[in-house]
Design a protein around this ligand. Structure first.
Ligand SMILES: [Zn+2]
Length: 301
């Protein structure tokens, strides 16, 4: 958190710092829902300002903003893009892809973390600009169909299910359904080679317990708590050595970026994966317990 704010700098960072007091807490103090949410989504400006694009490992690159991740898997047969983010940030996304020496037009496949506008609103525009095919998890399709920036229909060229694979130019991505945050929230996994070593990469779709989430007696989604539990079971079954996430704060990106070239690849961080899953699951369990207690209290005569 502190590092991200420092690297963003300026008055916005200062105000966020004063407003949250997250930094003053010891690192093992669990974040509240509000703090976790703010840690992830950042300010309006951080959501659209491109972070310096960089290589993560092998043919996997970061092309997102300060608080919303987008990843490019570059292959000789074209590229796969994971997350288009807000439509208003697509120009910045294009600039980042080109700054790495790739043609935006060579994006062949568009994938996403989950059906919220901050990650997938730009799908229609990027598909229009590049001719890429959009692939999305079945359970997120209804939410995506309601996402219509400028009244453009959300393109969906292939519907995916848990375990589906997407292959292009020798790289295969696997879609794992990690529901809860949305019905079709997707954690992408892949094996990426660098310097003769194979790395297991996981891009966590999000297990965030947003401040407005209702886990108990939720008439719109009665099974939401069970979906979260299923999502955590899937994440616990993975053991990536390169953990990533739909928000860069999920894997301490800004801090790792500073360490590029100063030793071993900083993005190789198996402990970081477990710590992040622990942090989001601890928060989920605490919120669920509180809401269950509140519901029981409200039900008493
Ligand atoms: Zn979200």
């Amino acid at each position: 958190m502190g590092t991200r704010l420092r690297s963003v700098g300026g008055i916005v960072g200062m105000f966020t710092l004063m407003a949250t007091s997250v930094v003053a807490q010891p690192p093992d103090t669990p974040l509240t829902q509000e703090e976790m949410f703010r840690r992830n989504v950042g300010s309006r400006e951080e959501q659209v300002t491109p972070f310096p694009p960089h290589k993560i490992v092998g043919n996997l690159y970061y092309v997102g903003s300060y608080s919303l991740s987008a990843f490019l898997v570059a292959t000789p047969e074209g590229h796969m893009l994971i997350n288009t983010n807000w439509e208003r940030a697509v120009d910045g996304l294009k600039t980042s892809v080109e700054a790495l020496g790739f043609a935006f037009d060579d994006i062949e496949v568009i994938l996403g973390s989950h059906a919220h506008g901050d990650h997938m609103e730009g799908d229609a525009l990027v598909a229009q600009m590049t001719g890429a095919r959009v692939m999305a998890m079945a359970a997120d399709v209804p939410a995506l169909e309601r996402m219509r920036p400028g009244d453009k229909p959300h393109p969906i060229d292939r519907v995916l299910h848990d375990g589906a694979t997407v292959t292009l130019g020798g790289t295969t991505l696997t879609a794992r359904l990690t529901p809860g945050h949305t019905k079709g929230c997707t954690t992408w996994t892949m094996r990426i080679e660098e310097d003769g070593e194979v790395h297991d990469v996981a891009i966590i779709g999000s297990m965030g317990s947003n401040p407005n989430f209702q886990f108990v007696n939720n008439p719109d989604n009665p099974t939401i708590a069970d979906e979260f539990k299923q999502g955590f079971r899937v994440l616990r079954s993975l053991s990536p050595d390169v953990p990533l996430g739909s928000h860069p704060a999920m894997y301490g990106m800004a801090d790792k970026y500073e360490r590029i070239g100063r030793g071993p690849n900083p993005f190789i961080d198996p402990d970081g994966y477990r710590q992040e899953v622990d942090a989001v699951e601890t928060l989920f369990r605490a919120v669920l317990e509180r809401q269950e207690a509140e519901s029981a209290a409200a039900g008493r005569p």
